[in-house]
Design a protein around this ligand. Structure first.
Ligand code: RB5
Length: 142
């Protein structure tokens, strides 16, 4: 189950991503925002990261205007590795190397069709499980 949330700056892109996930039969839970009224992105980062830490969801997608604020907020949570990616190479690499469990996107940065390719790359790439990457990730947590 994918956890997804955005602030007002990411609301439109979130709707596009959810329609895409639905069309592919990918299960997701929408943690808001439910309209484009101004809200605070850290609140939405908290909802998605909590769902991952408590095991309700396996991965998350967070969207704000730039993707920056919401990724900074998400990365404050122990066990969360949130990667801000606006290209397919980075989305694949962060899964392979960092075992990122949250993808952040900027709704005011990236167009919807490219964003969907980034989302697909993130969700379809497994962690490499290579020892050197496992060791490096462990050092992030310590
Ligand atoms: C909201 O205006 C904007 O600051 C937010 O969406 C995000 O870009 C913050 O990093």
């Amino acid at each position: 189950m994918i956890a997804i949330a955005s602030d007002h700056g990411g609301f439109v892109l979130k709707q596009e991503i959810m329609a895409h996930l639905e069309s592919k039969g990918v299960a997701f839970k929408d943690f808001g925002a439910f309209d484009d009224k101004a809200v605070d992105y850290p609140d939405y980062a908290k909802l998605v990261t909590s769902a991952i830490i408590n095991g309700e969801c396996s991965e998350g997608i967070l969207i704000c205007g730039t993707g920056i604020g919401i990724s900074i907020a998400a990365n404050k949570v122990a066990g969360i590795r949130c990667a801000l990616c606006h290209d397919v190479f980075s989305a694949e690499a962060t899964r392979l190397h960092n075992d990122a469990n949250v993808l952040a996107l900027g709704g005011r940065v990236i167009g919807p069709s490219h964003a969907l390719r980034v989302v697909d790359a993130f969700l379809s790439t497994p962690f490499s499980n290579e020892e050197r990457h496992i060791n490096r990730i462990a050092k992030i947590e310590n």
